[in-house]
Design a protein around this ligand. Structure first.
Ligand code: NAD
Length: 348
């Protein structure tokens, strides 16, 4: 029996990626929709074989409690709405998969973890890259030690944004700009590769003069993370630079280049190994898999087998704690020590 999901929010990600991905899931199915526009929702429901009676709006969302077909809720709303809908889903007794960034800040993230704990439901944050095979291979190779210790991680996530009338430019709905939206992938991947929490961070922000889009949130951020074992991650993220989403790891005995690391598809992985005086370069081809389907199936497996998700709420909280330190660093123009704050959970 597949785990039934209600999808909350029928925006671009839901329509173009998540709902189509359910067709490739093996353990999950979409059984309900939650949307502010009933006409659109009914049309989408018909396209995906979901019954009209399983279409809810934001006001009557809490009625999902009465629908036993819904075992989990996938929250795909603007970031500033995640806390409310994760909390309401938990109160309705449903497990929750929540889009990244988890929330607008760490205080909201803590509330969400507490609400899910109290309700006895699972909470997973949708860090799709951690389920994507090429990213997993990169993380696994670095963790295995075959290339020795990583000295540098270089991660870039940039894209050019459209006009100003989007929630992504409003702090109350987005929490921030390029950092929580796309720079988050650089941060989360650096943490996954090292398996460590940064002890010191430094960031600089740039906003173009007079651009009304960047009155409340940042356009461009460059940041550095220093990990306890010595790895330095240099990360770049911007809403104002042509799309590039690449990852490089420079290690003692080789390097890893992952092109399109943070994209939906098109990953290309090369691994260089030093063997004595010779260097070999391996070009890896892994089976193409839909990373959204892998992520959703992981949540379904956790529900079926009563397991803690690989990217639980705590994972989203850690990223918020580090992002807050990055904003503080950019504001004070000084490095910020996280070890001294003593906030980070070292149990990962
Ligand atoms: P979107 O703007 O396309 O869709 C947002 C949806 O929320 C729309 O259906 C909109 O009607 C609804 N909504 C309800 N109340 C709203 C309000 N007050 N203001 C604006 N919209 C409101 O956004 P999206 O790109 O689908 O992003 C949704 C979430 O998914 C965000 O948290 C985002 O960070 C995340 N996301 C993740 C990925 C990924 O690769 N995992 C990619 C894109 C977006």
């Amino acid at each position: 029996q597949r785990v039934g999901f209600a999808i909350v929010g029928l925006g671009r990600l839901s329509l173009e990626q998540i709902l189509p991905a359910f067709a490739e899931c093996k353990k999950a199915r979409a059984v309900a929709l939650v949307s502010g526009s009933p006409e659109k929702a009914k049309l989408v429901a018909a396209q995906h074989g979901i019954s009209d009676s399983a279409v809810y709006d934001y006001q009557d969302f809490d009625r999902i409690a009465d629908n036993p077909q819904i075992q989990a809720v996938y929250v795909v709303l603007p970031n500033g709405m995640h806390r409310e809908y994760v909390t309401r889903a938990a109160k309705a007794g449903k497990h929750v998969l929540c889009e990244k960034p988890m929330a607008n800040n760490s205080a909201e993230a803590r509330d969400m973890i507490a609400a899910c704990d109290q309700a006895g439901v699972k909470l997973m944050i949708a860090y799709r890259c951690q389920y994507e095979p090429y990213n997993r291979e990169t993380i696994q190779r670095m963790r295995s030690g075959e290339l020795g210790a990583a000295r540098f991680i270089e991660a870039t996530n940039t894209q050019v944004m459209g006009p100003a009338d989007q929630w992504r430019f409003k702090k109350a709905l987005a929490g921030g700009g390029a950092l929580p939206d796309i720079g988050l992938y650089c941060l989360n991947t650096a943490r996954a590769i090292t398996g460590e929490e940064p002890v010191e961070v430094f960031a600089r922000i740039f906003n173009p003069d007079g651009d009304p889009r960047y009155r409340e949130v940042e356009e461009t951020i460059g940041f550095m993370l220093r990990f306890p074992s010595g790895t330095i991650a240099n990360c770049s993220s911007s809403y104002g630079a042509h799309e590039s989403k690449d990852l490089r790891v420079r290690a003692e005995k080789g390097w890893i280049n992952l092109e399109n690391a943070f994209a939906y598809e098109g990953q290309e992985l090369r691994v260089a190994h030093r063997e004595g005086k010779a260097e070999s370069i391996e070009r890896l081809r892994l089976p193409q898999r839909n990373q959204f389907a892998l992520e959703i199936d992981h949540m379904a497996t956790c529900v079926k087998e009563n397991r803690v998700p690989h990217t639980p709420g705590q994972e989203g909280l850690q990223d918020h704690i580090v992002m807050e330190a990055l904003y503080e660093s950019a504001r004070t123009m000084a490095p910020v020590s996280l070890a001294a704050v003593g906030e980070l959970d070292a149990t990962r």
